[in-house]
Ligand binder design. Structure first.
Ligand code: SF4
Ligand code: SF4
Length: 435
């Protein structure tokens, strides 16, 4: 069993809430709110006007800058508004509001799968670009950015480990759509031509690997399996990569710097849909869990409000202490339930006071726990003070850019200081030139 950081931290596992919940199609929303920025890159450019009639799957935001991705409307209808929107993580962008009307051009229609084996690399990349496909994990960037430059890839790592302790969407995709995931692996393999394909999976899920392996072999491909320790933050790409290759990824650095590519299960599913079904990224599978009456894995249209998705799961069982987009370790707390589902949201988790387990906030007592748990070897103790004192540039000099936002420091802090939120805020200040 491999791990790059000892055995990590054993978090209480809450995945049993939704692990057996089969993926269900969420209701089609009457209104879709579509932010022009849904990933780590710059905003797309809005290409519609108020009053325009749009077909299901048509482009409403066009990728114009390196790192931006096309945005499509997942419902047919009329553009009712275009407005500024604040998104979690200190992001602001335009959003297109589409009110449902008219006929669905794609949903419910028979689609003939296209033969990806006959497609060249350029055509595959073009399908990913046109389809607005981004990495669907927490930090998503358009795939064409990382795969379109044909840098040599020695190792393709398939990330089957769900790092967050509440999320099960990837697991359900793997169980229920394994054939599509395997085809996705083969498409990426064709595109990147890696020397090896390694499937990184939690050591307690190796039963899934036998089934996955049989399907990959049936496609004529070869693979290796890395059974990984389940301590947090093993599922984060950096840690998984270091566990598998035994090499340290430099800071700042991308997997490509080690000749590797890391791709998650939900992204592979989107690759399959874009390349084989010529279907843009209109939906994603999202886990809705925590103190909701019916924890679920929903296939939901991008732009559906968080409120509707929670209502679809029977509403809150008890008033939540906090609602988080993503998981409790790396996710972003929200107060506005009318925010839309975006491409980069892996889960919606309603946390009770007990789940949250954060002590009341007090001043830093310089205990050093945040330093001892940080897998990047940083000192959140120093960084958060630099940011709070208006010196984010100093925090950058002390390694802020190396923070993977894993959340362990905040988890360990006995003073209840929201360290990750402060570190993220510091990064946003620097990005915005306010460092
Ligand atoms: S864990 Fe919290 S209280 Fe302890 S040093 Fe870090 S920030 Fe301060
Ligand atoms: S979130 Fe905290 S523990 Fe995790 S890498 Fe960043 S500073 Fe270190």
């Amino acid at each position: 069993m491999r791990s790059a950081f000892g055995s990590g931290v054993r978090l209480r596992d809450h995945r049993e809430l939704s692990r057996e919940a089969a993926i269900e199609n969420a209701h089609v929303p009457a209104v879709c709110t579509l932010p022009m920025q849904q990933d780590g890159g710059p905003s797309a450019e809005c290409v519609v006007e108020v009053g325009d009639i749009v077909a299901e799957g048509s482009v409403v935001g066009r990728a114009v800058a390196p790192g931006s991705a096309n945005v499509h409307t997942p419902v047919p209808g009329r553009v009712a508004a275009i407005r500024e929107m604040n998104l979690p993580g200190h992001r602001t962008c335009q959003a297109v509001v589409v009110v449902l009307s008219g006929r669905f051009a794609r949903s419910g229609k028979l689609v003939t799968p296209q033969d990806w084996r006959r497609m060249g690399g350029d055509r595959i990349v073009e399908r990913l670009r046109a389809g607005g496909v981004v990495g669907l994990g927490g930090e998503s960037v358009p795939l064409r950015m990382i795969w379109g430059d044909h840098r040599p890839t020695r190792t393709l790592v398939v990330n089957c480990v769900e790092a967050e302790p509440f999320l099960t969407a990837s697991y359900r995709l793997l169980v229920e759509r394994m054939g599509r995931i395997v085809t996705g692996i083969c498409i990426v393999q064709k595109l990147l031509e890696p020397g090896r394909v390694v499937i990184g999976i939690a050591a307690d899920q190796v039963d899934l690997v036998a089934a996955l392996g049989a399907q990959i072999r049936a496609m004529g491909a070869s693979y290796e399996v890395a059974a990984l320790d389940t301590g947090y933050p093993q599922g984060q790409p950096r840690h998984m990569l270091e566990a598998i290759t035994g090499r340290e990824l430099p800071h700042p650095g991308e997997p490509e710097d080690l000749g590797c590519a890391v791709v998650g299960v939900d992204t592979l599913h989107a690759v399959y849909e874009a390349v084989v079904l010529d279907r843009p990224l209109l939906e994603r599978v999202v886990t809705v869990t925590g103190v909701v009456n019916r924890p679920s894995n929903l296939k939901a249209r991008i732009g559906t409000s968080v409120r509707e998705l929670i209502e679809e799961c029977g509403g809150f069982r008890v008033p939540p202490e906090r609602v988080v987009l993503g998981g409790p370790m790396t996710g972003l707390a929200i107060t506005d339930l009318d925010l839309p589902l975006t491409k980069d949201v892996t889960g919606i988790v309603a946390l009770s006071r007990k789940d949250r387990a954060a002590p009341p906030r007090t001043s830093c007592i310089s205990c050093g726990r945040c330093v001892s748990v940080c897998p990047a070897g940083l000192s959140p103790l120093v960084l958060h003070k630099q940011i709070n004192h208006g010196r984010p540039a100093d925090a950058v000099l002390d390694g802020l850019g190396e923070c993977s936002e894993c959340g362990l420091c905040a988890y360990a802090c006995p003073a209840g200081i929201p360290l990750v939120e402060i570190l993220r805020h510091g990064k946003a200040l620097v990005r915005g030139g306010r460092g």
